[in-house]
Design a protein around this ligand. Structure first.
Ligand SMILES: [Zn+2]
Length: 192
């Protein structure tokens, strides 16, 4: 699987609801996890691998050994948002760009797992941030849409450079090519 890069229109499409909880869905989720780990990310949404369906995968540790931290999110819906916290985010579809984004501090999500079992999950802090970032992907919303006016200006040249590369045919990226440059003091990989 390759990662779809900004400004591909696929990233702006609203993802379709998943209705079939079959072996193909499980295989897709598994392949997305593998792609996410190869790219050293902590979350990956289906549209980012060219599949416009409502699911994403996450592992806040980014460590493939931590299987207990893995979660597949199908047809997620955020029911409640509480508080507001700034935090740095990156996105695998925007290599090299990091910026602060305000997100709800805690959320309640209604979501199906890969077998179709629906439940309500309460999340806070970093896991809540991942779900909000990936949930946005399923709506065609990107983290650069949520930047402060100052950051918008700051990342403009980097966005223009990505647009230029895309025009030249660089529309997908092998996950191994993702090399997020950790900012000084960043505790973990924030690429989503
Ligand atoms: Zn992203």
């Amino acid at each position: 699987m390759e990662i779809v890069l900004f400004p591909d229109p696929l990233l702006r499409r609203k993802a379709e609801r998943v209705d079939a909880f079959d072996a193909a869905l499980a295989a897709l989720a598994r392949e997305m996890f593998e792609t996410m780990y190869r790219a050293r990310g902590v979350g990956l949404a289906a549209p980012q691998v060219g599949v416009s369906r409502s699911l994403f995968v996450s592992n806040p540790t980014g460590d493939p050994v931590e299987k207990g931290e893995e979660r597949v999110w199908v047809n997620p819906r955020i029911l409640r948002r509480t508080g507001s916290v700034p935090g740095e985010e990156g996105c695998l579809s925007f290599p090299g760009i990091y910026a602060e984004v305000l997100r709800a501090e805690s959320i309640v999500v209604e979501v199906a797992d890969v077998t179709g079992k629906v439940e309500r999950v309460e999340l806070a802090d970093f896991p809540a941030r991942i779900v909000q970032h990936e949930g946005d992907h399923l709506e065609g919303v990107l983290f650069v849409d949520r930047l402060s006016p100052a950051d918008r200006i700051r990342v403009k040249p980097a966005l223009a450079a990505l647009e230029e590369r895309y025009k030249k045919g660089e529309k997908r990226m092998r996950p191994e090519a993702a090399e997020p440059e950790p900012a000084p003091g960043r505790a973990r990989n924030a690429a989503l």
